[in-house]
Structure formats: structure tokens, C-alpha cells
Design a binder for this molecule. Structure first.
Ligand SMILES: Cc1cc2nc3c(=O)[nH]c(=O)nc-3n(C[C@H](O)[C@H](O)[C@H](O)COP(=O)(O)O)c2cc1C
Length: 174
């Protein structure tokens, strides 16, 4: 897969931004273009056939503030025929009842967008009480779940594995 990928993220204290840069670095130079949605309307995402959206969860299950302020733009997006993967940042120890909730909320909000979704991620290797980001069978997160607060050491490997998985899934859906 050599098509351009638009990676749109919101980040309050830079953790999601740094993860976005690490994801970008797993692809050939120039393939992934980063957009901080603080500065860029979500409508810009429509210019890409392949998209990655990243966000963090804040304040007991709330959406990161820049995504919150652009939330109404999601329902206007036409992502029919586009391939979308999500990643989220959270803290499974400090916020164990709300781990990665915003990832699940973004997934739900995108349901009507027409996008083909890829990048679901097994929930093994985490320890939390509840999350809105799980698939109905509870086995997967609806995107890559990163925890820079309590599992910082695992992020790099998770990102590498996830991007390898994306490459496989891009091949399957194209
Ligand atoms: C005040 C505060 C509230 C948070 N609330 C949650 C939460 O409800 N669920 C969760 O999974 N993580 C929560 N977190 C953890 C953040 O999502 C995590 O630190 C993330 O890496 C921040 O990413 P950002 O700097 O890109 O916004 C919270 C962190 C802080 C400081």
C-alpha cells in the first residue's frame, strides 16, 4: 500500500501527538501526513482514501478537547469507500473504569460515515475494569490502545505490530 494516509489527531499534553509521529515513522517517508485537528477542520480528511484518527480520553471518560470541539463535524463527513483505523491514548490504572472510552465514542460516531474500519486490536496485556472501546464480544479494542502512563515500555512494540497489521488489512480490503 503506497497511497497517502492522512493521520488526524487531537492531543492535550502531546502524548497522542508523539504516538502519531511514531506511527508515521513506521511508514515510508512522506506516506503519512499528520494533521493536528486543533488547527485543521475534519473535512480535510475527505481528501484521503486512507485515514488514521487518534485521540485521548480525559476527565473520566470524556473526549479529548479538540475532538470535542469538532465532534459535530463528524456527522458531516463522507467517508464512503475510505479505509479508517483508530488509535487511542488512556491510563488503565488511574482511570480503570473509563479506559479508552473516547476511542469507543469515536468509533460509534463514525458508524454512519460509510468508512471501512480496520485496525482492531486484541485486549490482552491490559488490566482495567471497564472500557467503551471494546467490541461487543469484549475481545478487541476498536483501535490500537496505547497507555503511555502505565505501559510506556510497550508502546513502541505495539505500534510496530499494529502498523504491520494495517499493511495486511490494507491488502485485504483493496
Ligand atoms: C485529568 C486527567 C484525566 C484523564 N482521564 C482519563 C480517562 O477517563 N480515561 C483514560 O483512559 N485515560 C485518562 N487520562 C489519561 C490520558 O488519556 C493520557 O494521559 C493520555 O496519554 C493523554 O494524551 P494527550 O496528552 O495526547 O491528550 C486522563 C489523564 C488526566 C491527566
Amino acid at each position: 500500500m503506497t497511497d497517502k494516509i492522512g493521520l488526524f489527531y487531537g492531543s492535550t499534553t502531546c502524548f497522542t501527538e508523539i504516538a502519531a509521529e511514531k506511527i508515521q515513522a513506521q511508514f515510508p517517508p512522506g506516506q503519512v501526513e499528520l494533521f493536528n485537528i486543533k488547527d485543521v477542520p475534519l473535512k480535510e480528511a475527505e481528501q484521503f482514501d486512507n485515514l488514521i484518527f487518534g485521540l485521548s480520553t480525559w476527565d473520566f471518560g470524556e473526549i479529548q478537547e479538540d475532538w470535542e470541539s469538532r465532534w459535530d463535524e463528524i456527522s458531516d463527513l463522507n467517508l464512503a469507500g475510505k479505509v479508517v483505523a483508530l488509535f487511542g491514548m488512556g491510563d488503565q490504572v488511574g482511570y480503570t473504569d473509563w479506559f479508552q472510552d473516547a476511542l469507543g465514542m469515536l468509533h460509534d460516531e463514525l458508524a454512519a460515515s460509510g468508512a471501512t474500519r480496520i485496525g482492531f486490536w486484541p485486549n490482552q496485556g491490559y488490566d482495567f475494569a471497564a472500557s467503551k472501546a471494546l467490541t461487543p464480544d469484549g475481545e478487541f479494542f476498536v483501535g490500537l490502545a496505547l497507555d503511555e502512563d502505565t505501559q510506556y515500555d510497550l508502546s513502541e512494540e505495539r505500534i510496530q505490530q499494529w502498523v504491520a497489521q494495517l499493511h495486511q488489512e490494507y491488502a485485504e480490503v483493496s
